[in-house]
Design a protein around this ligand. Structure first.
Ligand code: CMP
Length: 135
């Protein structure tokens, strides 16, 4: 099924100069980057984006990390894009991530885990509207 999903390359991905490698992972799989922008996230957008984690112990650490530097926001689309991108990214904790995935190959920290992507059709709709209101 054709789907669109939101991908964020988090500040560690940008600072470690992994943008090109990360984007290639989606393109090499046949997915399309249909929109992309580099920006500093605001506290406001992050509070909305991570609202489901508001009561988690790691919430403040997570928000501070996302505010550390520029991020890249992308719309990635194609066949089964939501689950294909999640597989390409790997499990949240790089220790559990498939070694062929982005987090398995490049990550070694549960919070600073390089990328984010939407986890369902409903979440993708909400996150795409939040990060790409112009579309
Ligand atoms: P992400 O896919 O963006 O969704 C929520 C983020 O919170 C996650 O990636 C990690 O950056 C972070 N996170 C999730 N679980 C934990 C945890 N147990 N400890 C610290 N950070 C976490």
């Amino acid at each position: 099924m054709f789907e669109r999903t939101l991908v964020l390359i988090k500040p560690d991905g940008v600072q470690r100069k992994l943008m090109g490698k990360i984007i290639s992972c989606y393109e090499d799989k046949g997915l399309t980057i249909s929109a992309m922008k580099m920006l500093y996230a605001t506290n406001d957008i992050l509070q909305q984006h991570y609202i489901e984690h508001k009561n988690k112990t790691f919430f403040n650490e997570l928000i501070s990390y996302l505010l550390e530097g520029k991020i890249v926001a992308m719309i990635v689309e194609g066949n089964n894009a939501i689950n294909v991108v999640r597989k390409i990214n790997g499990a949240t904790d790089p220790l559990n991530a498939d070694m062929g995935s982005i987090r398995g190959r490049f990550g070694n920290d549960k919070t600073k885990n390089l990328v984010h992507s939407s986890d369902s059709i409903d979440t993708a709709q909400r996150e795409l509207t939040l990060w790409f209101p112009e579309f």
